[in-house]
Design a protein around this ligand. Structure first.
Ligand code: PLP
Length: 365
């Protein structure tokens, strides 16, 4: 049964969520766990209901990442990706030290620019000069005196994705906003990673941060508690009023991921990406933008031969119940996001529309 509108949302974020998550979230707004209270009303201090959902959410994150709760802390913070871009150097980059950044796309670059306000930045690799149409190669050895190395696992806007984790002699930090829990990954290689919820993990307004406990003692400057990872960890994400509803939606997504299993999610994500790239490579009106070995399985970026065809394709899809395929304003073209909640059948529907569009166009030329 599909009680939600039949529209398929291929947008990059806020992104499609599983139907069961939407249904349960809607029910919780009316009456959370038969408490007679809305999830929007339950107390976040001293209340059993919130305590339970917070601890389940943290335990599930660590379970799905196969990480030990003695070694890692899970935080639910506000302020989105941008706040993490700032908090990371604030906490871990001294003004006289250097941090390494891999400059592989729009968000990766923005993270790097934030760090420059707090210390020195060493760009380890960059594909900016190539307009980020491929992943940059790490050519020289990574210096072992850096405070940390930061990279973005999946470039949401430019449509590229790392399949390997870089070998780093210094603590490894990653922005996983657009591909967390999309495939198996050795999370134990990371000292800190984060993901905004609105891509693969829930609703906008909450950001997942997983941090190694031994980093918490290494914060380099005095900060307001709200910006200090150690203070946040000591206060168990309730230093101020937490985004209870946002955390709850993420908990529902985590339960859905666990029930489906990362194996199945990865298998489906591979199938979805293969279907779509195959069609882009075949379709005479379409052309992929990203170099083949760098292609993202989450955000598929492509274009048509001219902007008129592009407009026609977007409206053709809209008439057929497909939304969110316009490219980011800084890149143009088209972008289809294949996050975990998107099904293989939905991609099949898109592919058949792309084929139909091509046939119609060829008929008229
Ligand atoms: C969307 C996105 C962000 C930005 O998140 P905000 O919450 O809008 O600040 C950061 N990094 C990546 C990889 C993203 O996809």
């Amino acid at each position: 049964m599909n009680t939600h509108s039949p529209i398929i949302n291929f947008g990059a974020g806020p992104a499609a969520l599983p139907q069961v998550v939407l249904t349960e979230a809607a029910e919780a707004v009316i009456n959370y766990k038969d408490s007679g209270l809305s999830i929007l009303e339950i107390p976040h201090r001293g209340g059993q209901l919130f305590e339970e959902l917070l601890s389940e959410s943290k335990a599930l994150v660590l379970e799905l990442c196969q990480l030990n709760p003695d070694t890692y802390d899970v935080l639910w913070l506000q302020g989105g990706g941008r706040l993490q871009f700032a908090m990371i150097p604030m906490n871990f980059l001294d003004s006289t030290a250097s941090a390494g950044y891999i400059d592989s796309g729009f968000w990766a670059h923005d993270a790097q620019e934030h760090a420059k306000q707090y210390g020195n930045v060493h760009t380890i690799a960059s594909s900016r000069a190539l307009n980020y149409t491929m992943l940059p190669e790490i050519e020289a050895p990574i210096p072992n005196n850096l405070s940390y190395l930061h990279y973005t696992t999946n470039n949401t806007i430019y449509g590229s994705q790392f399949s390997n984790i870089p070998n780093s002699p210094v603590p490894l930090f990653a922005d996983m906003s657009s591909d967390i829990f999309a495939q198996h990954r050795d999370y134990s290689r990371f000292d800190l990673f984060y993901a905004v919820a609105q891509k693969n993990l829930g609703a906008a307004g909450v950001t997942l941060v997983v941090i190694k406990k031994n980093l918490l003692g290494k914060i380099v400057r005095k900060l307001p508690p709200i910006l200090d990872y150690q203070q946040q960890a000591m206060q168990h994400s309730v230093l101020n009023t937490p985004p209870v509803f946002g955390i709850y939606v993420s908990l529902l997504v985590l339960r859905w991921i666990k029930a489906k299993g990362i194996d199945t999610i990865e298998k489906d994500n591979n199938a979805k990406a293969t279907l779509l790239y195959k069609e882009i490579d075949r379709n005479t009106l379409l052309e992929g933008i990203v170099e083949e070995n760098s292609r993202s399985k989450m955000n598929v970026v492509f274009r048509t031969s001219n902007s008129q065809t592009e407009k026609e394709l977007i409206s053709f899809c809209k008439e057929n119940g497909i939304e969110g395929i316009g490219g980011h304003r800084s890149v143009g073209g088209l972008r289809v996001s294949l996050y975990n909640a998107i099904t293989v059948q939905q991609v099949e529907k898109l592919v058949s529309l792309l084929q139909q569009f091509e046939q119609e166009k060829l008929k008229h030329t």
